[in-house]
Design a protein around this ligand. Sequence first.
Ligand code: G3I
Length: 377
Amino acid sequence: MLGLVGLGLAGCGTRARSQAVAGQAVTGQAPAAGDGLGVLARSRGISFGTAVQGELLGRDPVYAAAVTAEAQLLVPEWEAKWDALQPREGEFDFGPLGIVASFAQAQRKQLRGHALVWHQAMPDWLAPALAEGPARARAVMAAHVEGVLGATQPVIRDWDVVNEVLANPPGSRFTEQTPARGIFRDTPWLRALGPDYIELALRLARERDRTLRLTLNDYGLEGDTPWAEQKRQAMLSLVRALLAARCPLDAVGLQAHLQVDEPFRPEPLAGFIQALRGMGLSVLITELDVREGANLPPGLEARDAVVAAYVQQVVGTALAAGCRTVLTWGLSDRDSWLLRDPDVVRRDGQQHRGHPLDAEFRRKAMWQALARSFAGG
Ligand code: G3I
């Protein structure tokens, strides 16, 4: 197995956990005109970053230049998921992740991992293996955690260890309906191990790497709706149970795949973040982007203004409540999953404009909204 260390990447990003992952040390340096979002954020002790694709970093200089200019923290969009890392049982492939890690090292960017245990991006062999029973499922999870953390330890100090474990409450028009068992999403992991798979993944990660920041990541937690509130309460009860069991957990990631049609009020999100921080956890925004609504105002400028205002409300609320890490799920409208995934693409032939840069990598109103949020505006 050629791990990342084998690629000569040892050393990149290996800062102490406290510095690299709990937000940037405040530089005190006043940002210069034209500085990217990462520099603006860092001047306020905030880490800003984005999801990247190694293939684009390698073949698209405009894409790579935008990532270099705007982001301090990178997360592989798919290269650190199970289907990319262990496509066949026991055969690890760190090639695609190595491309992202090499770029991060060359550009002195930090790198976070996403996602060790998830019900999507599963290679064909995995679900049948989990269905063989709990002992096999435990062994499969342990081997993946061992193999991945062993190879990535020098370059990744922060992982979404478990992703999207909660079911979406029924009735929401803002989140997909999901099969559920109580508060939990019904997945091959839940069926194999029950809810304990969450604690098992976290304990395996901590045992393998004692200084790693362990994050529980989920979506649909930001809006002012009965469903988002129900999911927030489910997350709080899960976190309380994990901490009561002395399960290692350092952070909760709010994916923040926002939708401008979803009502928002600062208080519910602020209270949720403060409750998590009151339990000693960090809170990150991990996958920020925005789906536009059904009734678009005429003209790109007006559309962008609606998106920007919504982003500033949500991100401003999260930062005021103590969030210190904000990542978008891509920088430019051009490469977004919002243009690819049939469940979220616009039905009217228009394309979502939910990222800081437009398809030509020009800064948009959302970029300004993030800059203002970082400046405390
Ligand atoms: O192009 C590569 C190919 O070279 C490679 O061999 C192959 C390996 O699987 O992957 C191909 O890329 C595709 C990738 O998107 C880049 O477009 C993958 O096939 C495809 O599965 C992958 O989909 C990603 C999806 O998660 C599933 O992993 C999306 O990019 C990514 O945006 C999406 O991100 C998720 C978060 O992880 C969790 N939260 C929701 C978010 C949006 O669905």
